[in-house]
Design a protein around this ligand. Structure first.
Ligand code: GSF
Length: 206
């Protein structure tokens, strides 16, 4: 039985691990699951009720996306995405945490607006989350500077995670217009968009 990736086409975390598998040239079957549907079976695989969730050949379930990305990177020597050196590794994984943190904050802000009745919504909460996104974009732009990649001289998981977060912001928060504010992030994003792995995992229009 080949590995099975349970996920959705719009999740930035699912996209991140799909891109990692594509870059590594490791085959995985994508099984679409709507975790928000009343009859979702996701909890049978991941009690946290979240995707992505990777089901290994022997049935073991792996989550979350950072665990899956690391596992996938170790599966083949093709395109090493997480450096071996511990300091470089930590830096790349901090970029990943920053990128994932942007979508974590964005999801919390979105759920506040879409999930709760209007009278229960807290603008202070939404502002808090949006502030995290703004601060993180600024930090990413500052560290990236004029460099070709987020860390080192080749593409790593840092760039993949960053590209997925930036793409998800365009999908869910088009008014943010981060491209106009941070031209170097846009340059990186445009470069990533040329890759077959990014093209193949482009989210459907919301
Ligand atoms: C986040 C996964 C997540 O929030 C990871 O895999 O890196 N830290 C985890 N997934 C969302 C889908 S999405 O909005 O990207 C999810 O499954 N949410 C369902 C829920 O009940 O929170």
């Amino acid at each position: 039985m080949p590995m099975k990736l349970i996920g959705s086409l719009t999740s930035p975390y699912v996209r991140k691990v799909r891109i990692v598998f594509l870059e590594k040239k490791v085959d995985v079957d994508l099984q679409l699951e709507n975790v928000w549907a009343a009859d979702t079976k996701i909890a049978l695989s991941n009690p946290l009720g979240k995707v992505p969730c990777l089901i290994l050949e022997d049935g073991e379930a792996l989550y979350d996306s950072r665990v899956i990305a690391e596992y996938a990177d170790a599966l083949s020597p093709v395109s090493k995405l997480i450096p071996a050196d511990s300091r470089d590794r930590a830096t790349v994984k901090t970029w990943e945490a920053l990128a994932d943190g942007i979508t974590d904050a964005g999801i919390l802000a979105r759920l506040e607006r879409t999930w709760r009745p209007a009278e229960e919504q807290s603008s202070a909460w939404v502002d808090r989350q949006m502030g995290k996104i703004q601060n993180s974009l600024r930090q990413m732009s500052e560290i990236l500077g004029e460099n070709a990649w987020c860390h080192g001289n080749q593409m790593t998981l840092a760039d993949i995670a960053t590209g997925c977060a930036l793409g998800w912001l365009i999908l869910r928060f088009p008014d943010l217009k981060w491209q106009a504010q941070y031209s170097n992030l846009d340059r990186l994003y445009q470069k990533l968009l040329q890759r077959p792995s990014f093209i193949e995992t482009e989210p459907p229009a919301a």
